[in-house]
Design a binder for this molecule. Structure first.
Ligand code: MGD
Ligand code: MGD
Ligand code: MO
Length: 751
C-alpha cells in the first residue's frame, strides 16, 4: 500500500489528501455496464460504474486530517466509468455524435477558428474555463486564448463562484487569497461566524476545524435554512440567524451597528491599520437592530447577542491570548447582485473588531472549486494576466510580453465577464465559436434555458470533457481529456497553499491532456509563442510569469512540493512562503486596509420586497453533500446517485399546506424564465417564505431554469441565491404523464 500515489481529491478547494492504490480486484479497463445511473442517458450505452480501477484512502494533511467525504471516497469510480468519452466525437447532421480521429478533430477545430476569424473577427472566438483546472492548464489556457486564438473573449466558471469575495478582498486588502491564514488556525477559535456557508455538506472534513468554537458555544451560522451546519449550533449554545435570503447585507450592518454603538470596536486598530473607517462608522447609524429585524426577520436580540459574542472573543484573543475570533463567508452571502458589497460589509465588521492580521483571529472566504484559488490568479479571467495582474496595466502587459516573447500589441485587452459572455453567444458581435474547458454551463449558469439557446446558436462549439455532460451534448465536437488521476500538475487550495496533483493511471487510449491539445492547436494556428504539453515546463513558465505579481509563485518548484514543503503564496524566488498574509500589513501601497461604506441597493432590495408578495416565494439554491456542482461527475457515481437521485424542493409545512402539497408530492416551481417539476421535501428547517432547490440536476429539475442572469455591478456575479418563484402542487396532473414530460425534456436537451 505504501507504493500508492499521494495526491488530492478531484472535487472541492479543501483538496483533501488521499492515496490512490491499484484496486485489489481491478476493473477490466472500460467494462460493460453493470450499475445503471438513473436519469443519465449516455450515448454509447447506459450510464454505469465499473469496479473502480483504484482504491482511495484518506491521507494525513492539515485540511482533512485523513478524513474524506462521500464524494472523495467514491471519486475513483469515474476513472474506469463505462460512460467515459474516449475518442473525439463529431455531431452529424442527424444530431448524433460519431467518433473521428484526433487528426481530423484538430483540423476541424483549426478550420472553424480560422473561418470565424475571417467572417467575424478574432473576438468571435471564445474560451470558457474553470476553477477545476490545474494551475498549469489555467495558465496555458489564458495564453492560448490571447496568443493562439487572438481573442479577448475568455472568462470562466469562477465568475459564478468567487468573484464577489475576490472583488471585496481586492478592494479592502489589496489582495485576494481566500483564507489569509492556514486552516488549522481556526482550531483554537472560541467564536466563528459562518456567513452563508454549509460546510457540513460542502466540505465535511472541514468541520473538524469548527469543533473548538462549537464546544465553546461560539459557532454562529447565518443561513435561511437550518442547514446541517446551522444544526451544529443547537447543542453547543451557538446561534443560528435565519434571515430572508438576500438580506445579509442589512444583517451584517446591523451587527456592525451594535459593535460600534456599544463601544466594542477596536479603535486603535482602526486608527493604526485602516483607511476610511470614519465614513463606515457614520454609515452604520441607520442600521439599528430593530430596523434590521424588520428587513431580515432576524430578532434584534440575536443581532445584539452576535455582536457582543464576537467582540468578547476578539478582545479575549487580543488581551489574554486565549481563543480567537473568525468571520468566514460562503456562497450564501456572496452569490447576489450585491455580493461584493455584502462581502465588503463582512470585511468591515472584521476590521471594526480588529480581526484581520491578528495572531489568533481573522476574516476569510471559503473558496469553492478544487483550484478555485489558483484558477483565479493565472489569467483565465477576462480582465487578467498571470500573477493576478490587470490586463489593462501597461507594466503588466510589458512584463507578460517579455515572458511570452511577443510584441505587447499582440496581447488583447479585457474581455467580457461570464454572464455577459454567455449572453453574447451566437449574437452578431458576440462569440460564435466557443471552447469549453471544465464547466457544464447548460446546468450551472443562471437562466440556463437562455444559455442552452445560446449554445445552440453558435457556429461551432468544442467541449473538452471526460463525460457527455449536458453542455457536451450540445457540442459540435467533444474532445476527451484526461481526468485528475491521469495527469500531473499543481492546485492551490483554499488556504493559498500550492500542492501536487499526481498521476496514478495512464489515460485510456484516445484520451489526451488539455496541455497537449492547446500545444497542437497553437501550432496549427501558428501562435507567436511556445506552448508545452509537459506540466513541469508550463509551471516553470508560470513561475516567471507570476514573478513580481500579487500571486507570486516564482520561488515554488515541483521538487520542493514533492519534498512536502507547505508553500503558501506569495512565494518570491529566493524568499519564502507566506502562510499568514496580513501579519505585517495589507497589500495596498500604504499597508492599510481600505474600508468602504456600503448600504443595501434598490436593486438588491427588489428581490426581498417582491418576495413579500402574498403568493410568491424566495427561491434559495445551493448544494447537497452527495453531488458536485452541475452533477456531471457525481450523478454518474452509482452510490451517490442512488442516495440523491433527483432534485427535491425544500419547503416549510405551512407553505406546503397552504398549497395542498404533501411531502414527496410533485410540485411545479415557476417564474417568468422557466418552470421545473420536482418532488416536495416538507421540512421545518426552512423559513415559510423561502424554498430551496439544489442546482445539481438537469432538465425538468434544473434550478437554473429559474435563476436570473442579473449581476453584481462590481464582480459580475449572478444572482444565484435569491429568485422570486411561484410554487403549486402538480398533483392534479397524473404522475406518469409528468414523469414522461420530465424524461422527454431531458432527452431534448441532451440529444
Ligand atoms: N457537496 C458539495 N460540496 C461542494 C460543492 C458541491 O457542488 N457539492 N461545490 C464546491 C464549490 S465550487 C463551492 S463554491 C462551495 C460552496 O459551499 P457553500 O457556500 O457552503 O454552498 P451552498 O450550498 O451553495 O450555499 C451555502 C448555504 O447558503 C445558504 N443560502 C442561500 N441563500 C442565502 C442567502 O441569501 N443568505 C444566506 N446567509 N445564506 C443563503 C443555503 O441555504 C446554503 O445552505 O462548495 C464546494 N463543495
Ligand atoms: N443555482 C445555482 N447555480 C450555481 C451555483 C449555485 O450555488 N446555485 N453555484 C455556482 C458555482 S459556485 C460554481 S463553481 C459553478 C460550477 O458549475 P460548473 O462550472 O458547471 O461545474 P462542474 O459541474 O464542476 O462542471 C465541470 C465540468 O467539467 C468537467 N471537468 C472536470 N474537471 C475537468 C478538467 O480538468 N478539464 C476539463 N476539460 N473538464 C473537466 C466535468 O466532467 C464537468 O462536466 O456553478 C454555479 N452555479
Ligand atoms: Mo463554486
Amino acid at each position: 500500500m505504501s507504493s500508492g500515489t499521494a495526491t488530492h481529491c478531484p472535487y472541492c478547494a479543501l483538496q483533501c489528501a488521499m492515496t490512490l492504490s491499484p484496486a485489489a480486484k481491478p476493473g477490466a479497463g472500460f467494462p460493460a455496464a453493470d450499475v445503471p445511473t438513473p436519469g443519465l442517458p449516455t450515448p454509447g450505452g447506459p450510464a454505469a460504474s465499473a469496479a473502480p480501477l483504484l482504491e482511495v484512502a484518506g491521507r494525513e494533511f492539515p485540511t482533512n486530517r485523513g478524513g474524506l467525504c462521500r464524494k472523495g471516497w467514491t471519486s475513483a469510480a469515474l476513472l474506469g466509468h463505462a460512460g467515459r468519452v474516449t475518442e473525439p466525437l463529431l455531431k452529424g447532421s442527424d444530431g448524433v455524435h460519431q467518433p473521428i480521429s484526433w487528426e481530423q478533430a484538430l483540423m476541424l477545430v483549426a478550420a472553424a477558428v480560422k473561418d470565424s476569424w475571417a467572417r467575424h473577427g478574432h473576438d468571435s472566438v471564445g474560451v470558457f474555463g474553470s476553477g477545476g483546472l490545474t494551475n498549469e492548464k489555467a495558465y496555458q489556457l489564458g495564453k492560448f486564448a490571447r496568443l493562439a486564438l487572438r481573442t479577448s473573449r475568455i472568462d470562466y466558471n469562477g465568475r459564478f463562484c468567487m468573484s464577489s469575495a475576490a472583488a471585496a478582498g481586492n478592494r479592502a486588502f489589496g489582495v485576494d487569497r481566500g483564507l489569509p491564514f492556514p486552516v488549522e488556525d481556526l482550531d483554537s477559535a472560541s467564536v466563528i461566524l459562518l456567513l452563508g456557508s454549509n460546510v457540513a455538506e460542502t466540505m465535511p472534513p472541514f468541520v473538524q476545524h469548527l469543533q473548538g468554537a462549537r464546544d465553546a458555544g461560539g459557532l454562529i451560522v447565518v443561513d435561511p435554512r437550518r442547514s446541517a451546519t446551522a444544526a451544529f449550533t443547537g447543542n453547543g449554545g451557538g446561534i443560528h440567524l435565519q434571515p430572508l435570503p438576500g438580506t445579509d447585507l442589512a444583517l451584517i450592518l446591523g451587527i456592525s451597528h451594535v459593535v460600534v454603538h456599544e463601544g466594542l470596536a477596536d479603535t486603535a486598530f482602526l486608527e493604526g491599520r485602516t483607511n476610511g473607517h470614519k465614513a463606515v462608522l457614520r454609515s452604520l447609524n441607520a442600521f439599528w437592530p430593530e430596523r434590521v429585524q424588520s428587513i431580515t426577520g432576524v430578532p434584534a436580540t440575536l443581532i445584539r447577542e452576535t455582536a457582543r459574542r464576537l467582540a468578547r472573543s476578539a478582545r479575549l484573543a487580543k488581551d489574554e491570548g486565549r481563543g480567537g475570533c473568525y468571520i468566514l463567508s460562503g456562497r450564501g452571502v456572496e452569490q447576489h447582485v450585491d455580493g461584493t458589497d455584502t462581502a465588503t460589509a463582512a470585511i468591515n465588521l472584521s476590521l471594526l473588531l480588529g480581526l484581520p492580521g491578528s495572531a489568533r483571529s481573522g476574516y476569510g472566504t471559503l473558496t469553492g472549486q478544487g483550484n478555485g484559488q489558483g484558477g483565479r490568479e493565472h489569467g483565465q479571467k477576462a480582465d487578467q494576466l498571470p500573477g493576478y495582474r490587470k490586463i489593462t496595466d501597461p507594466a503588466a502587459r510589458t512584463h507578460m510580453a517579455k515572458v511570452w516573447g511577443v510584441d505587447e500589441s499582440l496581447i488583447p485587452g479585457a474581455g467580457l465577464p461570464a454572464v455577459e459572455f454567455l449572453k453574447s453567444l451566437g449574437q452578431p458581435d458576440g462569440v460564435r465559436c466557443l471552447f469549453v474547458h471544465g464547466a457544464n454551463v447548460a446546468v450551472s449558469a443562471p437562466d440556463a434555458g437562455a444559455v442552452i439557446a445560446g449554445l445552440r446558436s453558435l457556429d461551432f462549439l468544442v467541449v473538452c470533457d471526460f463525460f457527455m455532460s449536458e453542455t457536451a451534448a450540445e457540442a459540435d465536437l467533444v474532445l476527451p481529456v484526461a481526468q485528475w488521476a491521469e495527469e500531473e500538475g499543481t492546485m492551490t487550495n483554499l488556504e493559498g497553499r500550492v500542492i501536487r496533483r499526481r498521476r496514478a493511471l495512464t489515460p485510456p487510449p484516445g484520451v489526451r491532456t488539455e496541455l497537449w491539445l492547446m500545444t497542437r492547436l497553437a501550432e496549427l494556428l501558428e501562435a507567436p509563442s511556445t506552448f508545452s504539453d509537459d506540466p513541469r515546463t508550463v509551471f516553470e513558465e508560470l513561475r516567471l510569469a507570476s514573478a513580481g505579481g500579487l500571486a507570486d509563485y516564482s520561488g515554488i518548484d515541483y521538487d520542493m512540493l514533492d519534498a512536502g514543503e507547505a508553500a503558501y503564496w506569495p512565494y518570491p524566488a529566493g524568499g519564502k512562503g507566506t502562510p499568514r498574509l496580513f501579519a505585517e500589513g495589507f497589500a495596498h501601497a500604504d499597508g492599510r486596509a481600505a474600508m468602504v461604506a456600503v448600504t443595501p441597493s434598490k436593486r438588491a432590495q427588489r428581490s426581498f420586497a417582491s418576495a413579500s408578495e402574498p403568493e410568491s416565494l424566495a427561491l434559495a439554491t445551493g448544494r447537497l453533500l452527495e453531488h458536485y456542482q452541475s452533477g456531471a461527475q457525481t450523478r454518474r457515481v452509482a452510490e451517490l446517485s442512488a442516495s440523491q437521485p433527483e432534485a427535491r424542493l425544500q419547503l416549510h409545512p405551512e407553505t406546503a399546506a397552504r398549497r395542498g402539497i404533501a411531502d414527496g408530492g410533485l410540485v411545479t416551481v415557476s417564474n417568468e424564465r422557466g418552470e421545473v417539476q420536482v418532488r416536495a421535501e416538507v421540512s421545518t428547517a426552512i423559513r415559510p417564505d423561502t424554498v430551496f432547490l439544489p442546482f445539481h440536476f438537469p432538465g425538468a429539475g434544473s434550478a437554473n431554469r429559474l435563476t436570473e442572469a442579473a449581476t453584481d455591478p462590481i464582480s459580475g456575479m449572478p444572482e444565484f441565491k435569491t429568485s422570486r418563484v411561484w410554487v403549486r402542487s402538480a398533483a392534479a396532473v397524473p404522475e406518469p404523464a409528468l414523469a414522461a414530460t420530465a424524461v422527454s425534456s431531458h432527452r431534448k436537451e441532451e440529444s
